[in-house]
Design a protein around this ligand. Structure first.
Ligand code: UDP
Length: 360
C-alpha cells in the first residue's frame, strides 16, 4: 500500500510524527510525504522534523505567506501534480488547514481515495476558516478517522451513515505523539532552565478569531497583563502571526514572551505548568494528557468532552471572565483518569483500517 501524506502546519508535523513512526513498522506500507510549506520558518517547521525524526519530506511545495485563495489554489495545483506522478492508493490529510482541504480536493477529483485524520470535529462556527476546511474535507473523504465519540456523533447527525464512506473511531494521534515524546523530552529539553521560574502558567494565542479582531486581542492582552502582574507569571511562546498583530495594534503584552518552541520544550512546559491557557486546539488536549486544567480563550471548542468533564473552561475574550476563570482553575483539583482520546492506539488503528480496506 502506498500512502501519500500531506502536511504543512505545526500541529500536522506532530500528528504525522506519530503516524509515520507506526507506518515504519509495516514493510508493506510505503509513505510519501508532501510538505506544502504553509509553516516554513525554523521554529515552526524545521525543528519538528529534526527532533521528532519525521522522515524528510519527499516533496516541498514551498507555498506560504499568501491569502486563503492563492494559498489553497497553488497547493491544489502542486498536490495534483505530485499525485499524478506518485499514484498512491490513498491520500492522508490531517486536521483543518488550507493544506488539508487542498490535498483532499486534489485527490478526490482524480479518484484517489482520501483519508481524513481528525474527522468529525465541529465548532459550529462557520466564520472560522478551520471549520470550513474540516467540513468540506470530511464530505469528500473515503475514510473518516474520528478522534472522539463526539466526532462520530457529529457525523451521524449530519447523515454520514447515508454517504459512501467509512467512519472509524480511531482515537487521537496527538495522544500517541504526547505519550511517545514525553518519554524523551525531559532529557532533551533545556527550556525550564532557561525560563528559570518555579511557578508559571503556560499560554498560547494564535487563532485568527482572536488575533485579527482588535477588540478581542486588546481584551485578552489586558487580562494576561493583569494575571502576570497579580496572580501568576505567564510564559508565552509567541506565534509569528500574533507577534505581527500585536505590533500593528501597538499592544504591549507584558508577560514572559519566548520564541515558538519545539515539541520537546512544549511538553516540558506543559508538564511543569500550574495551568494552561490557550486558543489552540492541540494544547487543550495536551493539557489533559499531562493532567493540567485548561482555560480556553474561545467561544466554542471542538473538544467538548474536556468541558463536560470539568477540566477545561471556555472564557471567550472577556477580560474579567478570563481573570476569574484563571483563578478558579488554578485552584481546582480535577480528575484526569478518563480515557477520552484512545489511550495512544490511534496510529495503529488507522494503519490497520487502511490496510484492511486497501491491501487486496
Ligand atoms: N506547539 C509547539 N510549540 C509552540 C506552540 C505549540 O510545539 O510554540 C505545539 C503544541 O504543543 C500542539 C501544537 O503545536 O501540539 C498545536 O499547534 P497550534 O496551536 O499551532 O495549532 P492548533 O492545535 O490550534 O491547530
Amino acid at each position: 500500500m502506498k500512502i501519500l501524506t500531506i502536511i504543512g502546519a505545526r500541529p500536522q508535523f506532530i500528528k504525522a510524527a506519530a503516524l509515520s513512526r507506526e507506518i515504519a513498522k509495516h514493510d508493506d506500507v510505503e509513505e510519501i510525504i508532501v510538505h506544502t510549506g504553509q509553516h516554513f520558518d525554523a521554529n515552526m517547521s524545521e525543528i519538528f522534523f529534526s527532533e521528532m525524526e519525521i522522515p524528510k519530506p519527499n516533496y516541498n511545495l514551498g507555498i506560504h505567506s499568501l491569502g486563503h485563495g492563492a494559498m489553497t489554489g497553488r497547493m491544489l495545483e502542486g498536490i495534483e501534480e505530485v499525485l499524478l506522478k506518485e499514484k498512491p492508493d490513498v491520500l492522508l490529510v490531517y486536521g483543518d488547514t488550507n493544506s488539508t482541504i487542498a490535498g483532499a480536493l486534489a485527490a478526490k477529483k482524480i479518484h484517489i481515495k482520501v483519508a481524513h485524520v481528525e474527522a468529525g470535529l465541529r465548532s459550529y462556527n462557520m466564520d472560522m476558516p478551520e471549520e470550513v476546511n474540516r467540513i468540506l474535507t470530511d464530505r469528500i473523504s473515503d475514510f473518516l478517522f474520528c478522534p472522539t465519540q463526539t466526532a462520530v456523533d457529529n457525523l451521524r447527525k449530519e447523515g454520514y451513515q447515508n454517504i459512501n464512506c467509512q467512519v472509524i473511531k480511531s482515537g487521537d494521534v496527538m495522544q500517541d505523539a504526547a505519550a511517545f515524546y514525553a518519554g524523551i523530552s525531559a532529557e532533551k529539553s533545556t527550556v525550564l532552565k532557561s525560563i528559570g521560574l518555579d511557578q508559571y502558567a503556560l499560554v498560547t494565542l494564535h487563532r485568527a478569531e482572536n488575533t485579527d479582531d482588535i477588540g478581542r486581542l486588546t481584551a485578552i492582552v489586558s487580562a494576561l497583563n493583569a494575571i502576570h502582574e497579580k496572580i501568576c507569571p505567564i510564559v508565552l511562546p509567541l506565534h509569528p502571526r500574533t507577534k505581527s498583530k500585536l505590533e500593528t495594534a501597538h499592544l504591549n503584552l507584558k508577560v514572559k514572551i519566548i520564541d515558538p518552541v519545539g515539541y520537546f520544550d512544549m511538553i516540558e512546559l506543559i508538564k511543569h505548568a500550574a495551568l494552561v491557557m490557550t486558543d489552540s486546539g492541540g494544547l487543550q488536549k495536551e493539557a489533559f494528557f499531562f493532567k493540567k486544567n485548561c482555560v480556553t480563550m474561545r467561544d466554542q471548542t471542538e473538544w467538548v468532552e474536556l468541558i463536560e468533564n470539568g477540566v477545561n473552561v471556555l472564557v471567550g475574550a472577556d477580560t474579567e471572565k478570563i481573570k476569574a476563570s484563571f483563578q478558579q482553575m488554578l485552584n481546582k483539583a480535577s480528575d484526569f483518569s478518563m480515557d477520552l482520546y484512545g489511550n495512544g492506539q490511534a496510529s495503529n488503528n488507522i494503519i490497520m483500517a487502511l490496510k484492511k480496506a486497501l491491501n487486496s
